[in-house]
Design a binder for this molecule. Structure first.
Ligand SMILES: [Zn+2]
Length: 435
């Protein structure tokens, strides 16, 4: 009995040891303290404020952001990133096939893990940094600086991609070219920020594709021999009428807007050439594509009805809409709340926009954190917004935005299960689009 008890005791001890080892193996590994990320950001904030101000003063337009991109590359090299400039991209999107103001910076951590990509934008408008891209660049740079200090003890990889030419993005100069050039390859999830009049992760990014319809008819004297002519302008007008009939049966977020670029030269001559341009937009890429085909059908019907020959080919580039993963956006906004932004400052979007950001968000799970630098109602691209993009209060919000995305990145790097969950949801939602 006594012996038996001893044996039972030993067995229990073994069970305890096995359980203990198992518990140790199962417990979350001891990664770096995320507080270090925040301290590194706070400690370097003054330096990065200077970087932001320089980019603000450079105010370089798309594809001419030489000084801004050089400055950012230097800063990233100083942090220990491996930086590559002059990125090869498709030659039909960017002249000579080299994105001279785009760059890719990489830092590997300790062992295998997810790849978190942070995007920087730094192009200005004709009225300077009225969209605050100087703050996108420096918030991303600060997040990278915060993470650089702990990557030696953190699994995975950080990619920082400098994406130029956002403002003219529909031409395919920025993110579209870098995506096609393979510079996002290996990315698991993406983060970016944007200054705004509120804090939000609510995205109202519309997919967009343009269509140019050229109608070729036959000129004739409009009064003397109209029966000998074919009116190309009628082709354009018929297209507009068809599109207007479509509107009765499209979802509320769909936008179709067109102009007539050419419609004849003289009133007494039947127009032999007409040209109409349309843009079709919707909150998801699948819906945009299906409405787009209906718009093209309107032009085809116009050709049939008028006899004016239609010339049309789909554009090389279209803008896509990001696929929104609620659990991923929540991770970011939860960090914003934890950093002290009150709920009253966090609001949904009201307006729609299109951006090449959508093409990244259609390819990889992406969150864009809009952060409040201006009073509510201040329009992007206005001179007033430019003022806030260079202001002290604007900078304070930028630091918080940098912290929020850095902490989210840290969470993702140390939790591959969360990344997998986000990616699975992304695939599921993408498959359902437009259906
Ligand atoms: Zn912008």
């Amino acid at each position: 009995m006594r012996f038996g008890t001893m044996k039972g005791c030993l067995r229990k001890q073994w069970a305890c040891i096995v359980l203990g080892v198992f518990a140790l193996l199962m417990a979350a590994p001891a990664w770096a303290d995320p507080q270090q990320v925040l301290s590194a950001i706070d400690g370097n904030s003054a330096n990065y404020r200077g970087v932001s101000q320089k980019i603000f003063d450079f105010k370089e337009l798309g594809q001419q952001e030489f000084k801004s991109s050089q400055l950012l590359m230097e800063e990233l090299r100083r942090l220990g990133f491996t930086v590559t400039g002059d990125l090869k991209v498709p030659a039909d999107l960017v002249k000579d096939g080299i994105s001279k103001t785009g760059f890719r910076a990489e830092m590997r951590g300790k062992g295998l893990g997810p790849t978190v990509t942070i995007m920087l934008e730094y192009d200005a408008l004709k009225n300077g940094h009225a969209c605050g891209h100087n703050l996108i660049a420096t918030s991303g740079l600060m997040a990278a600086a915060g993470l650089a200090g702990i990557m030696k003890e953190t699994p995975g990889r950080i990619l920082v991609i400098g994406t130029p030419d956002e403002e003219r993005g529909s031409l395919g100069g920025g993110k579209v070219a870098l995506l096609e050039g393979g510079h996002f390859d290996g990315t698991d999830v993406v983060l970016i920020t944007h200054g705004f009049d509120r804090w939000t992760v609510d995205q109202r990014v519309l997919a967009m594709k343009r269509a140019t319809f050229v109608f070729k008819g036959k000129s004739a004297h409009a009064a003397q021999a109209p029966h000998k002519g074919i009116n190309a302008l009628r082709g354009a007008i018929f297209t507009f009428n068809g599109v207007d009939m479509l509107r009765e049966h499209i979802r509320q977020d769909v936008r179709i807007h067109g102009i007539i670029k050419k419609g004849g030269d003289m009133v007494n001559v039947v127009p032999e050439l007409a040209e109409a341009e349309f843009a079709v937009r919707a909150l998801d890429t699948g819906t945009m594509e299906s409405v787009y085909q209906k718009v093209v059908n309107c032009a085809r019907a116009a050709e049939l009805a008028t006899g004016a020959k239609l010339e049309f080919s789909e554009p090389r580039v279209s803008l896509k809409a990001p696929i929104i993963i609620p659990t991923y956006t929540k991770m970011v906004i939860d960090q914003v709340r934890a950093l002290g932004i009150p709920d009253t400052e966090i609001k949904d979007q009201e307006d729609f926009a299109s951006s090449d950001l959508g093409n990244v968000g259609y390819t990889f799970p992406t969150v864009n954190l809009w952060f409040k630098i201006a009073p509510e109602g201040t329009a992007l691209h206005s001179d007033a917004f430019r003022g806030y993009a260079g202001s002290e209060d604007g900078w304070k919000a930028t630091v918080i935005a940098a912290k929020a995305i850095a902490l989210t990145a840290y969470d993702l790097l140390t939790h591959p299960d969360k990344v997998k969950e986000i990616q699975d949801k992304f695939k599921e939602l993408k498959a359902k689009e437009g259906k």
